[in-house]
Design a protein around this ligand. Structure first.
Ligand code: FEO
Length: 168
């Protein structure tokens, strides 16, 4: 491990916790606006991001490196519509993918091969996450303001099943 990569992984731990907190805020907005299905979806998404943070946290511990937990900014809490919430998710996940790519490139340049192996999982996960949210945004744009279609979609989001916790 090099100091540069160690610092970047520590920052990514905070970024994943920030994502978790941000999705929890979105769950709150959805449930406050009676979108209980979307609220469920965001609660699970928040848990997944927490698991991502813990995966990196556990990696640092396993490699006997110090963990330096950074601060988490207050997440956005107000949105104009369910579509706006998911567009915010889409933008957020794009940023995370860029962060992971940059981290992977740094690990490669610095020849930190164990970190590269660990980050491989995150690269695959981001492909999946970006696809999932792209599909939801596309459907929400399709149904526009039709209340019954939005409620159908909300029901669909409520059927999301929890995934096994990574690294458990
Ligand atoms: Fe852990 Fe959705 O990034």
């Amino acid at each position: 491990m090099t100091p540069k990569v160690l610092s970047a992984i520590n920052q990514q731990v905070a970024a994943e916790f920030s994502a978790s907190f941000s999705y929890l805020a979105m769950a709150a907005w959805c449930e406050h606006h009676q979108f209980t299905g979307a609220g469920h979806w965001f609660r699970l998404q928040s848990q997944e991001e927490h698991a991502h943070a813990m995966k990196l946290f556990n990696f640092l511990i396993a490699r006997h490196h110090p963990v330096a937990l950074g601060s988490i900014a207050e997440p956005r809490a107000t949105f104009g519509s369910l579509l706006e919430v998911f567009e915010a998710v889409q933008a957020q996940e794009k940023v995370v993918s860029q962060q992971i790519d940059a981290l992977y490139e740094m690990a490669f340049t610095e020849k930190v091969f164990a970190a590269m192996a660990e980050l491989q999982w995150f690269i695959t996960e981001q492909v999946e996450e970006e696809k999932n949210v792209r599909d939801i945004v596309a459907k929400l744009r399709m149904v526009k303001d039709d209340p019954s279609s939005i409620l159908d979609l909300d029901r669909e989001l409520g059927a999301r099943a929890a995934e096994p916790v990574v690294g458990a």
